[in-house]
Design a protein. Sequence first.
Length: 256
Amino acid sequence: MLLTTLTGCADTAAPDAPPAASAAPSAPEQAPAQWSYEGDTGPQHWGELADEFTTCSTGTAQSPIDVPGDPVLSSSPIEIDYTPADFQARDTGHTVELHALSPQSITVDGTEYTFQQMHYHAPSEHTVDGVNYAAEFHFVHRSEDGDLAVVGVLAAEGQHNAAWSSVADAVPASAEQDSPAVEGLTLTSLLPESLDHYVYGGSLTTPPCSEDVRWLLLQNPVELGAAQIGALRSAHAENNRPVQPLNDREVSEVDQ
Ligand SMILES: [Zn+2]
C-alpha cells in the first residue's frame, strides 16, 4: 500500500521536477531508490537497495537509538534564533515536511545551523530507557560546512495543544496547499518549556543514513491531543526506523 503511494508520488512529481529543482537548488536531494517501512524495502533492507544506502547496514553510529538511563552530564546549550515565519508543507511520501519561507537558525558550540525543515515520525523513533512516544518531530538544521543538527521533540498523547494546532491542521491537507500552510508561526512555540536535552553523534534515520548528524533530543515531551496525533497518523504512520545499536558512543545530558 505504501509502495503504491510512493509510485503514485514519483509519477506525479516527475513533470514538475525541473522547475522545482531550479526554484529550490538547496532542497535535499531525492533518493532515486524506493524504500519504505515494511517488507522487502523496509529498514532491514535499506542498505541493500542502492549503493548510496550502504551506510544503513554498515554504519556503526546509526540513529535512532534507545537513550540509556544514565547519560553523562555535559554542557553545550542550544541557542535558539527562531522568528515568526510562514511555512509551506510538502508530503515526501514518507512524512510531511514544513519548510520555512524565511531563514531560521540555532547555534550550538559556536556553530550556526540553518533550519531546513521540520517533519515527524509516528510513533517516535528514539526511545528513552526503553520507553517510546506517540510521535517525534525532527527540526533539521544544516551548517555552512554541511553538518546537520537535528532537534528532536518527543510527543506524548494527552491534552489538546493549542500551540501545535496550525501544524496538525496543515499536515493532512498539505497535498492541496498552494499558499503557505502555516502563517506567522514561531518554531519556539512548538518546543517544551525546558530545553534540557540529550546529545549524541548519529545519522539520518532514513536512507542514505549518513553519519553526520549532531542529535539534540529534548528530554521533556510535548503533549498533543488524540485528535492531533490522529491528524498526523492519517497522513503517515509507522514511519519510524527501529532503534540501532549504540556501540561505543556516549550520550550526554545537557541541562539548560
Ligand atoms: Zn526524521
